[in-house]
Design a protein around this ligand. Structure first.
Ligand SMILES: C[S@@+](CC[C@H](N)C(=O)[O-])C[C@H]1O[C@@H](n2cnc3c(N)ncnc32)[C@H](O)[C@@H]1O
Length: 261
């Protein structure tokens, strides 16, 4: 048996499973970039806008453009209160619908490993950012157990169901990510690890957030198998505190580089 592929057709489901994690890691990422106010930003693979909105709220941009192939994600983003400050449009990282040197900064938040040809995606970001501008990204440390729902993935594996992986998962290895940035001609390449934590009120809260990320895979299992996955996942979690609360962490690798010229 194998897991269903990861799909992004429902912005509300994405919000439930990943939105809060994305914002936590995104805030740490923006702090690390420490870029000046008043820049033109492009967010590639913006999804439901979870990270894009942090750009609006935290770094006083001159403008924010954002693209994603999924209309389901974009519908959710366009319905949020900050949507008027972002120009959302449908698009693919491999053929960005913008002219050369149109932006000061381009980001991919949790996206590089979903692009079928990451080198093409990064070269497109380099093309649309002006010389001296910044191309940056962060993605979960998939091989180091950094995914927020890693415990659920391992529990599925225990039952013989390989959890789905992004199509370009190899690029989440730090050496591969660094090579991707260097091979794209970016200079001053720097990386850093981002660790974030959340406290869940109880196991049920953590389960529903994790399960929202793998809902298609779980939907293929019998009720009895889902119960087995739940108890396997519980075994893999850190101990709850005296009130049943569980503190759970995730880890990402972030990278930045400067467009030459
Ligand atoms: C894990 S989500 C990240 C969303 C958002 N950036 C965030 O931080 O929450 C990955 C996103 O990549 C998008 N994606 C998948 N393939 C893509 C491609 N070829 N070009 C651009 N985005 C893509 C998906 O539609 C999805 O919204």
């Amino acid at each position: 048996m194998s897991g269903a592929p990861i799909t992004f057709d429902d912005g509300a489901a994405y919000e439930h499973g990943m939105g809060r994690w994305s914002r936590l890691a995104g805030d740490a990422f923006l702090d690390w970039l420490a870029l000046p106010r008043g820049l033109a930003w492009l967010d590639v693979g913006c999804g439901n806008g979870a990270f894009t909105e942090r750009i609006v709220e935290r770094v006083a941009p001159a403008s924010v453009d954002a693209i994603d192939p999924s209309e389901g994600q974009l519908d959710y983003a366009r319905a949020q209160p900050l949507a008027g400050k972002v120009c959302y449009r449908q698009g693919d990282a491999r053929a960005l619908p913008f002219g050369d040197a149109a932006f000061d900064v381009a980001t991919m938040a949790l996206v590089v490993f979903f692009v079928p040809d990451p080198a093409q995606g990064v070269s497109e970001m380099v093309r649309v950012v002006r010389p001296g501008g910044t191309v940056a990204a962060y993605l979960w440390d998939m091989y180091g157990g950094g995914l927020p729902h890693a415990a659920l993935g391992l529990a599925l594996r225990d039952l013989g169901v390989p959890p789905p992986r992004p199509p370009s998962v190899e690029i989440s290895k730090p050496d591969a990510l660094r090579a991707l940035w260097r091979d794209a001609g970016l200079g001053a390449v720097e990386m850093r690890e981002i660790c974030v934590q959340r406290r869940f009120e109880n196991f049920e809260e953590l389960w529903t957030a994790s399960a929202a990320n793998l809902r298609d895979t779980l939907a293929r299992l019998s009720g009895a198998d889902v119960e087995r996955v739940r108890s396997k996942m519980r075994e893999r979690l850190p101990a709850a505190d005296a009130r049943g609360r569980i503190t759970h962490g995730a880890r990402a690798n972030a990278i930045r580089g400067r467009v030459p010229g």
